[in-house]
Design a protein around this ligand. Structure first.
Ligand SMILES: N[C@@H](CCC(=O)N[C@@H](CS)C(=O)NCC(=O)O)C(=O)O
Length: 264
């Protein structure tokens, strides 16, 4: 049994380890957004060695042909690129030995990751709006009949149907839990104007319990303060002060991502 699996005190069967690539890299910015963090943390939980590349510019990755769909994160295994969060999360989970063997459970994990994507897209649509428009759009999202409440309610329902055991699928931690944990961390951090820090915790008790369970996992505690392997170099003076094609939107994402693991 893999060392990482032993620590999970699993009662549900996880897949046996698959062949590990000799070289594994995860490309994303120096941010703990759920899309990247689910891949990184799954690998870390299974003690799968990987290079955590955080200092490559999107334009350089694109020029190098690594961004299959023009988006990050991407994963590189022995020179081959894999993109799309759910595909990477499942692959990482299989390498780590934490993906459910059972076909239904594996599908439920996929369902949760797609639910996290729905939440991200829903909130992302408000980025780049003008302040007054943004405030009313976000108020509508978090209303009892709002779209964000609907999407998070789906994740809540899945957790409830799993018996309220603090995990979304089965009785051990999966990449569904890691995704939801980081997603909720983002939504509850207070850095998204108009989404109160207690919105998720006070509306979705099963999601709150999941976050507490993941937070309490020893490997997660080990991961959070882990020094980053590619510390950001000191910024050089920028000859082109506004290189982003959509500076408001991109800037807002960056600001929102930068404080993920800020002390509570
Ligand atoms: N479908 C992709 C979406 C990834 C995505 O939206 N990534 C963002 C950063 S978190 C991005 O690169 N957006 C820029 C773009 O899509 O052009 C996935 O599931 O990984």
């Amino acid at each position: 049994m893999l060392a990482g699996v032993t620590m999970l005190s699993s009662s549900a069967p996880a897949v046996s380890a698959i062949a590990r690539p000799a070289s594994l890299k995860v490309y994303y910015g120096d941010m703990a957004f759920w899309r990247a963090e689910v891949v990184r943390l799954a690998l870390f939980m299974g003690d799968v060695p990987f290079e955590d590349v955080r200092d490559q510019k999107r334009a350089d990755l694109m020029a190098a042909g690594k961004l299959t769909f023009g988006a990050v994160p991407v994963l590189e295994a022995d020179g081959k690129i894999l993109s799309q969060t759910s595909a990477m999360a499942v692959y990482a989970a299989k390498l780590a030995g934490i993906h459910p063997e059972d076909a239904w459970d594996a599908a439920k994990v996929d369902e949760c990751i797609s639910g996290c994507t729905d939440v991200t897209v829903t909130v992302g649509k408000t980025f780049g709006m003008k302040d007054d428009e943004k405030a009313s759009a976000r108020a509508a999202l978090i209303a009892p009949d709002g779209r964000l409440t609907l999407h998070l309610g789906g994740l809540e329902k899945i957790c409830a149907e799993n018996g309220g055991c603090s995990y979304a699928v089965g009785s051990t931690m999966t990449v569904a839990d890691i995704s939801i944990w980081r997603l909720v961390g983002w939504l509850s951090s207070g850095i998204i104007d108009g989404i109160p820090v207690d919105y998720v915790a006070s509306t979705f008790p099963h999601l709150a319990a999941l976050v507490a369970a993941v937070d309490a996992h020893p490997k997660v505690g080990e991961w959070k303060p882990k020094p980053k392997p590619n510390p950001k170099p000191k910024p050089k003076p920028n000859p082109n002060p506004n290189p982003d094609p959509n500076p408001t939107q991109v800037g807002e994402w960056k600001a929102l991502h930068s404080k993920f693991y800020a002390p509570k």
